[in-house]
Design a protein around this ligand. Structure first.
Ligand code: FES
Ligand code: FE2
Length: 402
């Protein structure tokens, strides 16, 4: 984030603190409870939004060298991402093209020589090309093996993270490159150098809540004082936050108590990062929490219309690695707070199921308004565009090795 932007954000925060105000939406809004329910609605969201937008898969440090790989399930699909010999990251469906066995079982590792299927030992190179078929000449004609490379998935490495779109594979160009979806973050993120950080810890949890309830739980600070007493007591200025739209994404700035000390610092020396938590919501379902010496990335994805998975990556800056105890304390607090957020989302899910009603978004909950605006616009704009085998599939190679 540029220093001029930091100074402007600090000025807005200090003004809010002085006047007892906060960023607000123009008006309250109501949201129907049934927008959180139904397999058909979820399928529509997947088709129009979730499969077409970038979600975070890994931090670049997890794929440091050629052959380093991670596997995961996104949108119900087993996926494999690997750094190639040319330094670029590629992603594939983690499914053998012979008779469909899962190709790689491990969650991560290094495969210097490519991937060999356990079932009949077909082997694929790091570029996904079918490299070896045992007893090839007796079993298959050359024509039968044509087009039996691993099925690619759109992927891009940007800002120190590997992002992909979990859309079906197939030949043909990408209609909407993933990197373009992230471009609205560029002004803030190009200066953060997340790529220099190192993976510190990961977490994964599953809860009984609609994915949008999960997302909305991180888009406001109104709940901090009541739901997270530990965090509020030690860290944040109550009820004050900045909300800015960055394209479809949202930037939330939650000031820490010591930001008040900046009143005595000349404006040109006021830096934001040490005095606030910066939360970037990468539409539609990734959050990046930028802390003083570490970054926490959180991906919320639907399993069903009433259950979701939360994937967490904690990455540390070099100066954070020098203070492992402080890092551990911060991450333990994050985990405790995350459990409180998940419990709250599950509580709302139960409430909606038993007593459907209209929900109310306050003016101070501007992030929720922005999220629903982006969702409505994305669904409307892309409802008519096909997302099938003809469209997706060629891995996006831009930004490799960034
Ligand atoms: S299913 Fe993979 S080699 Fe046969
Ligand atoms: Fe929370």
């Amino acid at each position: 984030m540029r220093e001029a932007t930091q100074r402007a954000l600090v000025a807005r925060l200090l003004a809010h603190i002085e006047h007892g105000t906060t960023d607000r939406a123009p008006a309250e809004r109501t949201v129907a409870a049934d927008t959180y329910a139904g397999a058909e609605r979820l399928e529509h969201e997947r088709r129009t939004v979730l499969r077409r937008r970038p979600v975070v898969l890994a931090h670049s440090s997890q794929l440091a060298a050629a052959g380093d790989f991670v596997t995961d399930r996104v949108d119900g699909r087993p996926l494999l991402a690997v750094r190639g010999a040319d330094g670029g990251v590629r992603a594939f469906l983690n499914v053998c093209r012979h008779r469909g066995a899962q190709l790689v079982e491990a969650e991560d590792g290094t495969a210097a020589k490519g991937f060999s299927c356990r079932t009949h030992a077909w082997r694929y190179g790091l570029d996904g090309a079918l490299a070896h078929v045992p007893d090839r000449d007796r079993c298959f004609s050359p024509a039968a093996l044509e087009g039996r490379d691993l099925l690619p998935v759109p992927v891009v490495e940007r800002y120190g993270f590997v992002w992909l779109a979990p859309r079906p594979s197939g030949p043909g160009p990408l209609a909407d490159p993933l990197g373009g979806r992230l471009a609205d973050l560029d002004e803030d993120w190009s200066a953060f150098r997340f790529a220099d950080d190192t993976l510190w810890a990961t977490d994964r949890l599953v809860g009984r809540f609609n994915w949008k309830l999960g997302v909305e739980g991180f888009l406001e600070v109104y709940h901090f004082r009541s739901l997270h007493p530990d965090m509020q007591k030690y860290v944040f200025v109550p009820e004050v936050a900045l909300f800015d739209r960055l394209g479809e994404h949202v930037r939330i700035v939650a000031p820490k108590r010591e930001i008040r000390e900046l009143r005595d610092v000349p404006p040109e020396q006021r830096l934001l990062r040490p005095h606030a938590t910066l939360v970037y919501f990468v539409f539609p379902s990734t959050f990046v929490f930028v802390e003083k010496r570490h970054v926490t990335t959180l991906r919320i994805q639907p399993l069903t219309d009433e259950s979701s998975e939360v994937r967490v990556l904690h990455t540390a800056r070099r100066d954070g690695l020098l203070r492992p105890d402080a890092l551990r304390t911060n991450i333990d607090l994050f985990s405790k707070v995350l459990a409180e957020d998940v419990a709250a989302a599950e509580s709302v899910q139960r409430g909606l199921a038993s007593a459907p009603q209209e929900l109310l978004f306050g003016r101070n909950e501007a992030g929720l308004h922005y999220f629903r605006d982006s969702l409505a616009q994305a669904a409307e704009g892309e409802d008519r565009a096909p997302v099938d085998g003809r469209e997706g599939g060629v891995p996006e190679r831009e930004g490799a090795g960034e």
